[in-house]
Design a protein around this ligand. Structure first.
Ligand SMILES: [Fe+2]
Length: 242
């Protein structure tokens, strides 16, 4: 399995608090069969003001520790980018890291607020496609507007966006609404990948293998393999360490 969304760079967002916790999270992921992780710290203006430099510095520290350990996971770095008007400028300035490539586009892991779908999201999505960037919407099942109006995802499906399921949503750790909506969208095969979005050992550990079992039960082995391995591999094969 390949995990394209996790918060394991110590101390630069609300994820792992220490290198020890980061290594423990990677150990848990490996035990479940994860062989590659793309670390995706938050870039959320005014909250987590990360940039290529802060991510790269923290990534090098983690990579060095992993190389010294018995861990065998392949690590790459990207980010989870909170929707903001400044995204267009940052992309023009090549200031945002991508998750990889898909269908000849760069892939941007794009986070909506949990409360609603902001006005103008459709315009940003159009702008991104026009600039050869495909948005991957992070955990749409956790968005409260979409929980009430699931059909409001349709314009983003029609635009060609990718969608990331968070493993713990399907398991039920994110509440009943997120669980029910993720089950519904899994059955509709709306999702492109499943990822852990792990943050911490106690509060939000990685649970990829359990989620894959549930996807197999709700659909079939082939779709579960596509979401957990094939598509994440296809996207992240384009990554290099910057
Ligand atoms: Fe996240």
């Amino acid at each position: 399995m390949i995990d394209l969304h996790c918060h394991i760079l110590a101390g630069i967002d609300d994820g792992a608090k220490s290198l020890d916790e980061a290594l423990a999270l990677i150990t848990l992921a490996e035990q479940q069969g994860v062989s590659r992780m793309v670390v995706t710290p938050h870039i959320h203006l005014g909250i987590y003001d990360n940039n290529l430099q802060s991510i790269n510095t923290a990534f090098e520290i983690l990579s060095n520790e992993v190389n010294k350990s018995d861990l065998t996971v392949e690590l790459y770095a990207a980010a989870e980018v909170r929707i903001a008007p400044e995204i267009t400028l940052f992309i023009e300035q090549q200031q945002l890291p991508f998750l990889g490539r898909f269908d000849n586009h760069d892939v941007l892991l794009l986070e909506l607020p949990s409360s609603h779908v902001p006005a103008g999201t459709d315009k940003l999505v159009s702008w991104l496609f026009a600039h050869n960037v495909i948005p991957m919407i992070a955990h749409p099942e956790r968005n409260r507007e979409l929980q009430i109006h699931p059909e409001r995802i349709n314009p983003f499906v029609q635009a060609g966006c990718l969608f990331q399921l968070t493993a713990s949503s399907l398991i039920g750790d994110m509440g009943e609404s997120a669980q029910l909506l993720s089950e519904y969208w899994i059955k509709q095969r709306i999702y492109s990948i499943v990822a852990s979005d792990c943050h911490s050992i106690k509060r939000r550990p990685p649970k990829m293998s359990l989620a894959v079992q549930l996807i197999e039960q709700l659909t079939d082995d082939k779709y579960a393999h596509q979401l957990s391995t094939l598509t994440p591999k296809l996207i992240s094969d384009a990554l290099t360490i910057y």
